[in-house]
Design a protein around this ligand. Sequence first.
Ligand code: NAD
Length: 269
Amino acid sequence: MPNETPIRVAVVGAAGRMGQEVLKALTPQEGFQIVAAVDRHEIGRPARELVGPNGPDLVIEDRLGPALDRSPADVIVDFSHHSVAPTHAETAAKRGASFVIGCTGLGNDDIAMLRGTCTEFKVSGMYVPNFAIGAVLMMKFAELAARWLPDAEIIELHHDRKEDAPSGTAMLTAEKIQAARTSAPRKLPKPFFKVEGARGGLAHEVPVHSIRLPGLLAHQEVIFGGPGETLTIRHDSLDRAGFMNGVRLAARQVRSLDGLVIGLDKILF
Ligand code: NAD
């Protein structure tokens, strides 16, 4: 790999918690060259001051377009904010770069815009709500279980600074469960709510409960119930470094994909 031409990457949201992990994870030894680090905070600050001596020798800059004009990239990796990710993808695509979006919280309109960007500028892109390989396996196992156990609920637990709820992973898991069911879930008696929302929210006919607490990172349980048995599938992200195998995989493979691909499972299985 080190003898191959490195994949040139611009990191967006580079000063954030995930962005800093990416600055450390996409190393020359792994076949990458980080050519720009963009954020709206920490502008002008050397990336190595943020992430240590193994980070790229770059300063944080504030605008993606000019950064790409100066230092062309093959791929942008975006961990900034869902409200700006589609615009960043377009900025990259206009310059022939593929995109890997890790921000969660993108809606249907955003996805449609990303698809349009891929078509218009003939680039490929990925939107990956969860880069943890264990979490992707959890969704795969949940899909398998839903064929036989249609009654399921999701509990997702995240750190208290997470803005969107339910998490992108919970939404995707619910969607996969609904699609995999071969029979309808049981109709429950109409609940009498002593506290509004006590039964969570319904995503794709799967109740989802979102917990936000300091001390947590990213965790999810999918609980299936059948007559006389339950099955619990649980995944825990314990450190942000745990997302980086998936980020490297996506950044390596995105350019060989066709159009917009959603989810790491499409390149794992
Ligand atoms: P964070 O707040 O620590 O970092 C976000 C960074 O983006 C900040 O430095 C902020 O200044 C920057 N930013 C915001 N708007 C910007 C803009 N318009 N232009 C440039 N930079 C901008 O958040 P985080 O914990 O690093 O998470 C970032 C995103 O990644 C969130 O959406 C989170 O849910 C998501 N996330 C995804 C995964 C995954 O596996 N896909 C894992 C963890 C977090």
